[in-house]
Design a binder for this molecule. Structure first.
Ligand SMILES: Cc1cn([C@H]2C[C@H](O)[C@@H](COP(=O)(O)OP(=O)(O)O[C@H]3O[C@@H](C)C(=O)[C@@H](O)[C@H]3O)O2)c(=O)[nH]c1=O
Length: 183
């Protein structure tokens, strides 16, 4: 059975799927539509993404605006990340709040990030491989970023900014207060 662990933000869920080990290695259903629906994640995913990052690479905070907003289901196949979701729905009681957990191959956990949240992660090991499903296709025209170091959000990243490596787009990202977000 899929194990669902609530986080500090309602709607953002940590998931652990059963893992079967034998003398060959391990097996696990990392996504099963019926089992996840039973666990409360009734999302139609349309695209699978993969990224590899060196330690200190910080990607985010990212989201797509309506009508192509994305829910995401994030897991790590190798290495480890600190994975973060920020509620960017203005009318939400948890607007502007963040939650973060370590996702790793060793822990075998995943993070479900609903639409309406910005998402980002930092790799805390070299050669970290992240795989994630998204519920709407990529659209460069709807893709947005918010500064990972916005003091109004105050994310407690596990590595210091001097150790971060970010894309030019992420370094130039606006603060939450200036960003185009969700109602
Ligand atoms: C996200 C994405 C990027 N691309 C292209 C655009 C660009 O040339 C190249 C790298 O894109 P980015 O710099 O946006 O990649 P990256 O910084 O890894 O972006 C990702 O960050 C994490 C935190 C998320 O939550 C994802 O949704 C996504 O925004 O890949 C696609 O073709 N499809 C996609 O779905």
């Amino acid at each position: 059975m899929v194990d669902v662990i609530p986080t500090a933000l309602p709607g953002v869920l940590e998931i652990v799927t059963p893992r079967f080990g034998d003398d060959r290695g391990i097996f696990s259903e990392t996504w099963n539509a019926a089992a996840f629906a039973e666990a409360g994640i009734d999302t139609a995913f349309v695209q699978d993404n993969f990224s590899r990052s060196a330690k200190g690479v910080l990607r985010g905070l990212h989201y797509q605006v309506e009508p192509i907003a994305q829910a995401k289901l994030v897991r790590v196949g190798r290495g480890a990340i600190f994975d973060v979701a920020v509620d960017i729905r203005r009318s939400s009681p948890t607007f502007g709040r963040w939650t973060g957990i370590e996702l790793s191959a060793a822990r075998w956990n995943q993070l479900f990030v609903p639409a309406g949240f910005a998402h980002g992660f930092i790799a805390v090991e070299d050669d970290t491989e992240v795989q994630y499903k998204v519920s709407a296709p990529y659209s460069a025209a709807h893709d947005r970023a918010i500064a990972a170091d916005d003091p109004a959000i105050g994310i407690d990243w596990p590595l210091a900014p001097s150790e971060w490596s970010r894309s030019a787009k992420d370094v130039a990202a606006p603060l939450l207060a200036q960003a185009e977000i969700f109602a």
